[in-house]
Write a protein that binds this ligand. Structure first.
Ligand SMILES: NC(=O)c1ccc[n+]([C@@H]2O[C@H](COP(=O)([O-])OP(=O)(O)OC[C@H]3O[C@@H](n4cnc5c(N)ncnc54)[C@H](OP(=O)(O)O)[C@@H]3O)[C@@H](O)[C@H]2O)c1
Length: 165
């Protein structure tokens, strides 16, 4: 299982229910990595998608306390462990934790890799954060891409591996 995230230089990932940056090349990479796989996400992240709809061409497992939440194309899990149980049998490389902050925090230790898009900027007023993988025991950088610059923002794809599992 993998996590995938866009984080700024302070590991910030969101503000007021939305993303911090618009990065078209990153979005394409996210799509191509996760397509035809299974994604696990929190209800607030689902709400941030256009129309509150699940991602197409992926199995979407949404974690929520609301047993009656009904979104066409989404499966509901009452907690992170139940989401993993629903996803049991999925090929590990095709199982993705896609946020937000609460779901990353709950499931990161179960991930083998984290695909971090690391932005070289500090977003103002961020309210949601990813754990600092440079300080978390067991996590090591596996590869770092060349920088990409778009919309005036420079970022790199930094892949981390969890050596504890
Ligand atoms: N930069 C990135 O790559 C990235 C990716 C994804 C999201 N984000 C950002 O992250 C922010 C959202 O993160 P967030 O932490 O506020 O919300 P979230 O993790 O997306 O969703 C939180 C919701 O998930 C459900 N949930 C979480 N843990 C649960 C548990 N143990 N048991 C039952 N339900 C549980 C609850 O839903 P109910 O309230 O329905 O019970 C909770 O309110 C947004 O700003 C979003 O844009 C950034």
């Amino acid at each position: 299982m993998n996590a995938i995230v866009v984080a700024d230089q302070n590991w910030a990932i969101g503000r007021e229910g939305d993303l911090l940056f618009s990065l078209p090349t990153d979005m394409k990479r996210f799509r191509s990595l996760t397509l035809e796989g299974t994604v696990i996400l929190g209800r607030k992240t689902l709400d941030s998608f256009p129309g509150g709809k699940p991602l197409p061409r992926r199995r979407n497992i949404v974690i929520t306390h609301s047993a009656d939440l009904c979104r066409e194309g989404a499966e509901i899990a009452p907690d992170p462990q139940a989401a993993l149980e629903l996803a049991a049998g999925t090929e590990p490389d095709r199982l993705w934790i896609i946020g937000g902050g609460s779901v990353y925090t709950a499931l990161l230790s179960r991930c083998k890799r984290a695909y971090v898009t690391r932005v070289e900027a500090a977003a103002p007023d961020a309210d949601t954060f990813f754990p600092n993988l440079d300080k978390l025991p067991g996590w090591e950088v596996e590869s770092v891409s060349e920088p990409v610059t778009e919309n005036g923002i420079t970022y790199r794809f930094v892949d981390y591996i969890n050596t504890k599992i």
